[in-house]
Design a protein around this ligand. Structure first.
Ligand SMILES: [Zn+2]
Length: 304
C-alpha cells in the first residue's frame, strides 16, 4: 500500500511581504489553517503539521485546532529567522531550539511530539544526533534528488540532497544524509528533479502534475511513500505592506536572482486561488488505492 503524507509547515512567514511578521499569524489562524483543515477533512486526510515554537507561543490555538481534528503535530524549529537555520546553528544551539520548541508545543497539546522538519528544510549532518538527544524519532527535512536547490535559500549546502537515499531511511548516527544504524527515521520530502511542494504546485501546475504522476508511478513499483510539503500561509489573502523586499544578502546579483525574481514567482496563485489547485492533488490520490498517513503512522508501519 502506498502511503501519501501531506505535511504542513506552520510559521509566520508572509510570502506576499517577504518577511516574518506577527500579523501573518492572524491570517494563518483565521484563513490558512481553517481552509486546509476543511479540505483535509473533505478527503479524509490525516496530515502532519510542523510548528515553529514562535508561532505556537504567539497563537497556541493554531496548534490546538489541528490536534483536535486528529492530525499529527510536530516541530518546525524555534524560529524561522535566517540566522536560526539548523545548518548554521552550533550543535548546542540545535539542542536548545529542539528542546524549547518541543516543550512549547507539548505544553499546548498535552501530548508527546516525535516529528521534526527544519526551518527552510536546512539541516546539517549532526542534526540527526541532536534530534536523538532531544527525544525526536522522525525527521522530514531532506529532499532527495531535488534539483532546484540553487533557487532556494541555503542552496549550496543542499548539495547533500543529490545523493541522499530516495526511500525513507534510518540515518547514520552522525550523518542525517546517509542511511545507517541510527535511531532517527528520515522521510524525504518528495522530488523528482522538481520538488513536490505547494510553492512549485502554485507556480507551475502542469509541471507539478507531471512530477506527481512520476512520483506515483515510482511508488507503484517500490512503495515509496509520497511526501507533499505545503504551508497554511500559502492559502491566506494578506494585504501588501508596500515596502521593498527585504535583502537577505549584500550581493546584488544574488539579491535579484535569489530574492526579487524568486518573490515574483512565489506569489503566483497565492491565497484562496491556490486552494482548488491543492484540491486537485487530493482528488488525484483519493481516487487511487493509497493510504493518507501522518509521519508517525508511517513510522509505526516500519519494523526495525
Ligand atoms: Zn518553514
Amino acid at each position: 500500500m502506498i502511503n501519501v503524507l501531506f505535511t504542513n509547515d506552520v510559521e509566520t512567514t508572509s510570502i506576499l511581504n517577504h518577511k516574518l511578521r506577527d500579523e501573518t499569524a492572524e491570517y494563518v489562524l483565521n484563513q490558512g489553517m481553517p481552509r486546509l483543515l476543511d479540505l483535509y477533512e473533505k478527503y479524509n486526510v490525516k496530515a502532519t503539521f510542523f510548528y515553529t515554537g514562535y508561532i505556537a507561543k504567539l497563537k497556541p490555538e493554531v496548534v490546538k485546532m489541528a490536534y483536535e481534528r486528529g492530525h499529527e503535530i510536530g516541530s518546525h524549529g524555534l524560529s524561522h529567522k535566517v540566522e536560526n537555520a539548523f545548518d548554521v546553528l552550533s550543535y548546542e544551539k540545535q539542542i536548545e531550539h529542539l528542546t524549547t520548541s518541543k516543550n512549547i508545543i507539548e505544553d499546548i497539546i498535552g501530548d508527546e511530539i516525535i516529528s521534526f522538519r527544519a526551518p527552510a528544510a536546512r539541516v546539517q549532518k549532526n542534526t540527526t544526533r541532536a534530534l536523538f538527544e532531544t527525544g525526536f524519532k522522525i525527521d522530514s527535512s531532506v529532499s532527495s534528488q531535488r534539483l532546484d536547490m540553487f533557487m532556494s535559500f541555503g542552496g549550496l549546502k543542499k548539495l547533500n540532497w543529490l545523493f541522499a537515499p530516495r526511500m525513507p531511511y534510518f540515518t547514520e548516527q552522525n550523518n542525517i544524509f546517509k542511511k545507517g544504524d541510527g535511531e532517527i527515521l528520515e522521510i524525504p520530502i518528495s522530488a523528482f528533479g522538481f520538488p513536490y511542494i505547494g510553492t512549485f504546485m502554485r507556480i507551475a501546475p502542469p509541471l507539478n502534475r507531471m512530477t506527481r504522476n512520476l512520483l506515483y508511478l515510482e511508488s507503484k513499483i517500490n512503495e515509496r511513500p509520497i511526501n507533499f510539503l505545503t504551508h497554511p500561509n500559502e492559502f491566506i489573502d494578506e494585504e501588501y505592506d508596500g515596502k521593498k523586499i527585504d535583502k537577505r544578502t549584500n550581493n546584488i546579483i544574488s539579491y535579484y536572482l535569489g530574492d526579487v525574481l524568486r518573490h515574483k514567482l512565489k506569489v503566483k496563485n497565492l491565497g484562496e486561488k491556490g486552494l482548488p489547485i491543492l484540491e486537485q492533488e487530493l482528488i488525484f490520490f483519493s481516487q487511487k488505492n493509497i493510504k493518507f498517513a501522518t509521519c508517525k503512522e508511517y513510522y509505526s508501519t516500519l519494523k526495525k
